[in-house]
Design a protein around this ligand. Structure first.
Ligand code: FMN
Length: 696
């Protein structure tokens, strides 16, 4: 049972006409499933409800084809009700409230699917780089937008939702485009003064209340600060004014900072509770309940947010992805079981790729329906295997933990004296301390398992494996960074590397550092080259950052960090050379070449750091295979497998997933059938063409 100090988190709380059973509020978050994988989406929301969230919200949901998001939910008319009703049913099964975030994406979308000309308060190029211009809405367009929202609210109620959102956040939707001085140049009653610019938001709230407010709560999601100073909305100025103007109109205020890069900051750039300073004023401006976010994983911080008068509800997106059972664990006082979000945003990257999202901490995310995986429960062991895992990085730790949970007898050996592998090493790099949570949570669970034996400080040989009398062997020995420059840009070793000191991330993490003028060559494009640059500059090196991509750390666009990272690297480095390859080196010099023209330049260099490809550390695997099937069988080994980076070097989330997959399947042969359910679109060939469609 939990100490009484946390009881406040479990008080029921009224939101307009409905009551949430506690203060845990899973705020809107996309997940890459949405309309494309509706069964996966519904099952995932159901698991959140089972995990104890008092309110479970959808991701943003378009109200009309003229503001359509390419992948998130859709509620254009009653045809979209059934799949959303599936989600609300699953949410209600656990006594949670179901919320839906209605949206019209205005000029944030190019409407590539519907081909409708996008809509904006004033003529504007659409956001992003699509060559599409949004047209200025006239009064009939505004009336239509109100009608679409109203109809969607009514359909949302038919789908079973208890809370209907008007979404005015993240610089994303029509009401916030109208609100913005940057986008709204209108001279009618919807432009000019704040009173006029806020009119559409006010009307959408009033319309929703009038349409469904007797039984559904109407919530507003509003970004109170855009962090761009007086050019935008700030929490000292118009952000505050808007809340004060509309204070009692909605039944709930869901407040955060805008745009998404600011709201969803990674742990590299912000600490838990980073939004408090911006949203704190809201509670004093309204008597309605307030929900806010800030990567909340600590029950003490949550209690402080409520007792300190900042929030009424603890909002969470990423923490609910990493641990859908976070509320239940707090409720039961199982604090050590909380699987804390590491703040890496790989969830966002999955969503942006329009596939069921991944989570570094929670390998079952997105697999709830299609593989039937549950984040907390796992089938008990169903074979007599005993399992030897070599390597206690993210894959080995997760495999041992999940196998241990299944009841298998497991040996987990690690060469280093400390467990954790790459997550231990990487968590010591600048800004990556939370990576250590991947290890800490698993170690905490493992230490309670009597059937899992940990063997740190043990370099295991093939002979050791043969003598271990274990029936399944998983090699999880990770990968090493290449020192020859081979990666995406170079398919052959970079010439001249023997003429200059060369370092890889493994060297740096082992404490072997270059000095003087250093070229960091990044052909990996995720976080590693950036954080190494930060470290080297802090140690006094003069760094030239070179990458064949046109952006610094280009992959981090998908984790919403790229702009922050590029800004930081520009500020730290002597020079940043994008769209540039490393053609070769000579003593004291790096020869660079433009990735487009091949035009060469030189830069003085005392050392090179190569952040390119990685190769599996799979020597032990191959040695065991070399003994032959008979020797393995005689040793009682029925299978030797590789998991994690040892099988395919990649991100930490992939390593954790690989370890989990092995624990669930014991690597039974999965090559000849698809091991998960697919969302099959039913052919709807004979449906009548709608009114207004051209025939023939
Ligand atoms: N906010 C929205 O209002 N609508 C969305 O559709 C939405 N999609 C998101 C998708 C992902 C994968 C994540 C991580 C966040 C999303 N957000 C969205 C923002 C979250 O609601 C939340 O404000 C933000 O992640 C900060 O909260 P957290 O620290 O608890 O994650």
């Amino acid at each position: 049972t939990r100490p009484a100090g946390y009881d406040i988190l479990f008080e029921p709380l009224r939101i307009g006409p409905v009551v949430a059973k506690n203060r845990f509020f899973q705020v809107p978050h996309c997940n890459g499933m949405g309309r494309g994988y509706p069964s996966s989406m519904a099952a995932m929301r159901g698991i959140k409800a089972e995990g104890g969230w008092g309110v479970v919200c959808t991701e943003q949901c378009d109200v009309h084809y003229s503001g359509n998001h390419p992948r998130e939910l859709r509620l254009w008319d009653d045809k979209d009700v059934p799949y959303l009703a599936r989600a609300t049913d699953l949410i209600h099964e656990h006594g949670s409230l179901a919320a839906i975030e209605l949206a019209h994406n205005g000029f944030r979308t190019g409407n590539l699917e519907s081909r409708a000309i996008p809509l904006a308060p004033s003529l504007a190029l659409t956001r992003g780089i699509q060559p599409i211009t949004a047209r200025a809405m006239d009064k009939s367009d505004i009336r239509a937008a109100r009608r679409w929202h109203r109809t969607a609210a009514i359909n949302a109620r038919r789908a079973g939702f208890d809370i209907v959102y008007v979404y005015a956040g993240h610089d994303m939707t029509l009401p916030v485009h109208f609100l913005s001085r940057r986008y709204n140049q209108r001279t009618d009653e919807y432009g000019g003064s704040l009173e006029n610019r806020v009119r559409l938001l006010r009307e959408l709230i009033e319309d929703a209340k009038e349409a469904v407010g007797d039984t559904c709560a109407v919530a507003v999601r509003f970004g109170v600060d855009e962090l761009i100073g007086p050019n935008g909305i700030t929490s000292e100025d118009e952000g505050r004014d808007v809340v004060e103007m509309l204070a009692e109109l909605p039944d709930l205020w869901d407040v955060n900072i805008s745009n998404f890069d600011n709201d969803g900051q990674t742990a590299r750039f912000s600490a838990e509770g980073y939004q408090e300073q911006y949203v704190k004023f809201v509670k004093s401006a309204t008597t309605k309940p307030v929900v806010g976010v800030g990567r909340f994983t600590s029950p003490d911080t949550m209690v402080a947010m409520i007792k300190g008068g900042t929030l009424d509800f603890i909002g969470a997106a990423r923490p609910s992805i990493a641990d859908p059972f976070l509320p239940r664990k707090i409720e039961e006082g199982r604090f050590d079981d909380i699987r804390e979000c590491i703040g890496c945003n790989i969830c966002v990257a999955g969503d942006k790729a329009s596939v069921p999202m991944r989570c570094t901490q929670n390998p079952t995310m997105g697999e709830e329906w299609r593989r039937g995986w549950h984040p907390e429960f796992i089938p008990s062991k169903d074979t007599d295997d005993t399992i030897f895992i070599i390597g206690a990085g993210p894959a080995g730790l997760e495999a041992a933990r999940a196998l241990g949970q299944r009841g298998y007898s497991v040996l987990l050996a690690e060469r280093d004296r400390e467990l954790g592998g790459r997550v231990r090493r990487e968590s010591l790099l600048p800004g990556l301390a939370t990576w250590g949570r991947v290890r800490d949570w698993r170690l905490g669970q493992l230490k309670r398992m009597r059937n899992v034996q940990l063997l740190p400080g043990n370099e295991i040989t093939a002979d050791d494996v043969l003598q271990a009398e274990m029936s399944l062997v998983a090699i999880a020995t990770g990968a090493r960074w290449r020192s020859d420059g081979i990666g995406r840009h170079h398919s052959a070793p970079i010439p001249g590397l023997d003429s200059i000191p060369v370092f890889t991330p493994d060297d740096i993490m082992a404490g072997r550092l270059p000095s003087g003028r250093v070229v960091v060559f990044d052909d990996d494009h995720y976080y590693m080259a950036g954080v190494i640059t930060e470290l080297l500059v802090a140690k006094g090196c003069e760094v030239t950052f070179v990458t064949p991509e046109s952006l610094v750390s280009a992959f981090t666009q998908f984790t919403t960090e790229q702009r922050r990272i590029q800004r930081r690297i520009i500020e730290l480095c002597a020079a940043v050379r994008t769209s540039t390859g490393l053609r070769g080196t000579d003593p004291g010099v790096a020869h660079l070449a433009c990735a487009y023209t091949g035009r060469e330049t030189e830069v003085a260099a005392d050392a090179i750091v190569l952040v390119t490809g990685s190769v599996p550390r799979d020597e032990l695997y191959h040695e065991l295979q070399a003994h032959g099937a008979t020797a393995l069988t005689e040793a009682g080994i029925r299978r030797v497998v590789r998991v994690g980076d040892c099988l395919g070097p990649g991100i930490i989330a992939a390593a954790v997933y690989s370890g989990h997959l092995f624990a669930r399947t014991l690597d039974t042969d999965l090559t000849d059938w698809t091991p998960y359910r697919r969302e099959n679109v039913e052919l709807d060939w004979d449906q009548p063409l709608p009114q207004g469609a051209s025939h023939g």
